[in-house]
Design a protein around this ligand. Structure first.
Ligand code: ADP
Ligand code: MG
Length: 229
């Protein structure tokens, strides 16, 4: 039996007053090493769910366990440490720093480790090679295509070898071909043992994923798994 890396029980998140309920009593278990898509229309609660899984946000009610930690009982400092060592994030808009090279963008993913800069850069180069950008180390983001920028962002997310990689619409700003390249890299990370959660409202991206969790109006309405052929 594998170990759950994510366990949401009865998770509700509401905003403001009168409250808007973004997530309504969600139960979700993700085992270590899984790859899944969270699929649903805009406004259905996908980002809210990913932010709670990533401990960027706290539930209004219910329990959230990440890598064996009860998130609701943790201090902000403990949550920062959990994120830094266990979770990598990729966003639709890349969130790279324009003024620094691909190499230094990726090396920032190791700042918290206290490693010397030379070692951070060495590992950043390895991570960039892993996403097929070994020949772009000294390019600045604006000198790269959208697909290449997202691959830099993925390298930054995984350079510290997190167990859990969370991607919120990672292909949302890319053309179909670049998007397919990004999905291929996420698939390779999954093959290498990383747990990968991808949010998408694109059925084409979701198709072919081993598990698809469908969300609508803040509730999980279907949880499909690929049956091995
Ligand atoms: P999705 O990622 O599926 O598009 P979200 O999780 O971003 O959906 O949003 C779900 C619902 O919660 C939406 O109705 C949205 O307007 C609302 N919502 C999200 N974030 C906030 C916030 N910070 N304040 C108020 N409402 C929010
Ligand atoms: Mg969203």
């Amino acid at each position: 039996m594998s170990t759950p890396i994510v366990q949401l029980r009865g998770v509700t998140r509401s905003y403001g007053s009168p409250p808007t309920v973004a997530l309504n009593g969600v139960d979700l278990t993700i085992e270590e090493g899984e790859m899944l898509a969270i699929v649903g229309p805009s406004g259905s609660g996908k980002s809210t769910m990913l932010n709670i899984i990533g401990s960027l946000d706290r539930a209004s009610a219910g329990s959230t366990e990440i890598a064996g930690n009860d998130v609701m009982r943790m201090s902000d400092n403990e949550l920062s440490a959990l994120r830094a060592f266990t979770i990598g994030f990729v966003f639709q808009q890349f969130h790279l720093s324009d003024g620094v090279t691909a190499l230094d963008n990726v090396a920032t993913g190791l700042l918290y480790t206290g490693m010397p800069p030379r070692e951070r850069r060495r590992r950043a180069a390895v991570a960039l090679e892993r996403v097929g950008l070994g020949d772009r180390l000294h390019h600045h983001p604006r000198q790269l295509s959208g697909g290449e920028r997202q691959r830099v962002a993925i390298a930054r997310a995984v350079v510290g070898e997190p167990k859990l990689l969370l991607a919120d619409e990672p292909t949302g700003s890319l053309d179909t071909k670049s998007g397919a390249g990004v999905m291929q890299i996420l698939g390779e990370l999954h093959d290498a043992g990383t747990t990968v959660v991808v949010i998408t409202h694109d059925q084409g991206v979701a198709t072919g994923m081993p598990r698809r969790v469908h969300i609508s109006d803040g509730e999980i309405v279907a949880d499909e798994r690929e049956v091995a052929a």
